[in-house]
Design a binder for this molecule. Structure first.
Ligand SMILES: [Mn+2]
Length: 306
């Protein structure tokens, strides 16, 4: 049987790969960015997606046009997700979309884990359960300890491939919980201190604007956007939300407030996401405007074919 897993690139997207490895099934995977979903699926339709007996899709909100295409091409797909923007697919029997389990916000890894564990009891160990819980805490920003954050730091440091290998090995171990090595503990402590200095510095460079009647803190950042957005929102209760501009890629919206759903705010700009964490595109036209505004009377060079 040929299996393909299509998933997101963050910890919640990578972890389904680790879980699938644990059941020793052979499979291919593709981890893709949200803004690349359409082009990546386009490529898959053009190449070999039809060769797979089963296609799992995790942690990605799939546009309706791709659902239509998968149906018409008779793809045997199963989707596992937790994004509110995906709500329109709730009635699709191939889609397992869960926002919370008994009031506790969930993540794609947990939704997929619950599916796998039904038929693979070997995944039902304290170490794997704890790992999934740490991914959930990180992805939903509902921390009970720092372990989820530490996992993400280690993922960033190791890179995707090595992280998948390393976690795969240790999730097979016995124990009462998921644990870090002494080195990892020291390493994550230093990285968290570094992160705090970074966020405090960004705080001093935050602009404040009234946008759509909301009090917004606006910062430029390419890194640590979730941590930074949450940090600034907590430190500035006078603000409704934090806007993080990553000019090379996208705009993120974060809040820790219950009464200011940033996915609604983001939808005005063609974006979406969760009530407390959303994003919208920042495209080449937006970037050109910055260049033109700054440098004034300029002319873009168009490459010519010779
Ligand atoms: Mn997720």
């Amino acid at each position: 049987m040929k299996t393909l897993l299509i998933t997101h690139t963050d910890l919640d997207g990578i972890s389904p790969i680790i879980l699938l490895n644990l059941i020793n099934e052979k499979f291919d995977y593709k981890s893709i960015e949200i803004h690349d979903i359409e082009t990546e699926f386009e490529k898959l339709f053009e190449s070999n997606i039809k060769e797979y007996d089963i296609v799992y899709i995790c942690d990605l909100t799939i546009p309706e046009s791709i659902y239509d295409k998968m149906e018409s091409e008779n793809i045997n797909y199963y989707v596992f997700d937790h994004h509110a923007t995906h709500e329109y697919a709730l009635d699709n029997p191939r889609v397992t979309l869960v926002f919370d389990y008994e009031g506790k916000k969930t993540c794609a890894t947990e939704v997929f884990y619950k599916y796998l564990v039904n038929t693979h009891k070997e995944l039902d160990t304290p170490v794997i359960r704890d790992y999934v819980e740490q991914v959930r805490q990180l992805d939903t920003f509902t921390f009970e300890s720092d372990k989820g954050r530490d996992l993400d730091i280690i993922k960033e440091a190791l890179g995707k491939k090595k992280f998948i290998q390393s976690m795969g090995r240790r999730l097979k171990k016995d124990g009462t919980e998921f644990t870090f090595s002494a080195f990892e503990k020291r390493f994550t402590k230093i990285k968290k201190e570094e992160l705090l200095r970074f966020m405090e510095n960004k705080e001093t460079k935050m602009f404040k604007y009234l946008i759509q009647g909301k009090k917004c803190g606006v910062v430029f950042s390419e890194n640590n956007k979730s941590e930074l957005g949450n940090f600034l929102s907590e430190r500035h209760p006078e603000l409704d939300l934090i806007i993080l501009i990553d000019a090379a890629s996208r705009i993120s919206y974060r809040t820790c407030k219950e009464d200011c759903p940033v996915n609604e705010f983001a939808s005005t700009y063609g974006g979406g996401g969760h009530p407390k964490a959303s994003g919208s595109k920042f495209n080449d036209d937006n970037r050109r405007k910055i260049i033109e505004d700054y440098f004034g009377d300029i002319k873009e060079l168009i490459e010519e074919d010779n």
